[in-house]
Design a protein around this ligand. Structure first.
Ligand code: ADP
Length: 398
């Protein structure tokens, strides 16, 4: 069975074609600058990279270009579009309407459109990707896999905000959580590593990348997560503030003559480790600058580390303990000094890492960095959100 995974952004469209008999990627690539001058498709196959520069004014043209390259006799992987059994789309927000992935119908698409206001940065683009795909492959079944779905098992006391109950009911203002496919994948991999039985496990998954979130996963189910109504909440991120006293908004608006939209844009794009350091949102730049003596770069790293430690402590309390800590995504998989800093002085929780193993390079497999005698297993697990989307699409099809 062949499944195409599509992840559409506002000006981009990434894809991977999976052979689900072996769960391997046959070809993958992405279109950048859709609707902007200089659109380009970069396609990677066993034969190398093919770069196609052509005008792609909208997602439909981009999707058609992807299908054309997939059937290209030289760089493609299939003879005709009919070899694609199904398409799995990454969608940001289920709006609480879906607890798991769903097959696309007109009704499902209408619900997604209704929920677009809950994810204004991503949802319109996700919907464009779905519609473009429907137009160019009208007879192929499609599944929607939501970033929020894994968090739908949170109990009300974890997802509710302490606001007027009617506003929660009328406007769906609550915590949803994001990066769900990643938290799901790495927690399931951790459960396999720990022996295969979900019952009784207490896992804290740290997805630390450009955006970061931490989840508490008990018995294989998410019971809390650090992102909230939007992906702005939680630990400090590359350019996002993470948790902040909301009263800052009014003060900031007055001082800088900002509208409420300006304030949100500021918290999303001008804050986080980039705002604190004044250096970069990228941890490779930050660790280099800090090593060269840049105090603000070090401060930004310290703030990030401290934010992660506090969530780990909170989630150990939420689950009455923790027996496995997982690191994943760009920083979690690669930036070993950050893993080391987060795990330092955590022995009260039973967390201790083996420093030499922690410093070993990520080789794409599960990497156990637990110190001998540590009560808590500490694992580095490369995330694979596309594989989760392909698996869920296959399951729905069957
Ligand atoms: P996102 O997908 O949210 O944009 P990633 O998961 O790719 O983000 O993570 C990006 C972060 O990971 C950056 O801060 C980057 O510095 C850090 N990082 C550190 N080492 C690497 C590496 N070898 N490859 C990719 N990202 C890395």
């Amino acid at each position: 069975m062949k499944i195409l995974v599509v992840n559409a952004g506002s000006s981009s469209l990434k894809y991977q074609l999976f052979d689900m008999d072996t769960e391997s990627v046959i070809v993958k690539g992405g279109v950048e600058r859709i609707g902007i001058r200089g659109s380009v498709l970069k396609h990677k196959s066993g034969k190398g990279e093919k770069v196609i520069e052509k005008d792609m004014p909208n997602h439909k043209v981009a999707m058609q270009a992807v299908l054309d390259v997939l059937v290209d006799p030289e760089y493609g992987a299939i003879r005709s579009m009919s070899e694609i059994d199904a398409v799995g789309h990454r969608v940001l927000h289920s709006g609480g309407d879906f607890d798991s992935s769903v097959l696309l119908t007109d009704e499902v698409l209408q619900i997604c459109k209704k929920n677009a206001e809950l994810g204004p940065l991503h949802m319109p683009a996700n919907i464009l990707g779905i519609e473009a795909c429907k137009e160019v492959m009208p007879d192929t079944p499609m599944a929607l896999v939501f970033d929020t779905a894994f968090h739908s098992t949170m109990p009300p006391h974890a997802y509710m905000y302490a606001i007027d109950y009617d506003d929660y009911k009328n406007y769906k203002i609550r915590k949803y959580g994001f990066h769900g496919t990643s938290h799901k994948y790495v927690s399931q991999e951790a459960i396999k590593y720990l022996g295969g039985k979900a019952e009784g496990t207490k896992i804290i998954t740290c997805h630390l990348g450009g955006g970061s979130s931490i989840s508490a996963v008990k018995d294989g189910k998410c019971v809390d997560t650090s992102m909230g109504f939007t992906p702005l909440a939680g630990v400090p991120m590359g350019t996002r503030s993470g948790d902040i006293d909301p009263a800052v908004l009014e003060f900031l608006a007055a001082k800088k003559n900002y509208s409420i939209l300006d304030c949100i844009e500021y918290l999303n794009k001008k804050c986080g480790v980039a705002g604190v350091s004044g250096v970069s949102s990228d941890f490779r730049d930050l660790t280099k600058a800090a090593a060269e003596g840049n105090g603000r770069a070090q401060l930004a790293i310290d703030l990030f580390v401290y934010g992660c430690k506090k969530y780990i402590g909170a989630y150990a309390a939420a689950m009455n303990g923790v027996d496995c800590l997982v690191f994943t995504a760009g920083i979690g998989e690669n930036t070993w000094p950050v893993r080391k800093a987060i795990c330092t002085d955590m022995d009260f929780l039973g967390i201790a890492i083996d420093e030499a193993r922690n410093e070993m390079k990520n080789d794409g497999n599960i990497h156990d960095i637990t110190a001998p005698g540590s009560r808590v297993k500490v694992l580095v697990i490369p995330t694979n959100e596309e594989l989760v989307i392909a698996r869920e699409t296959k399951d729905l099809l069957n």
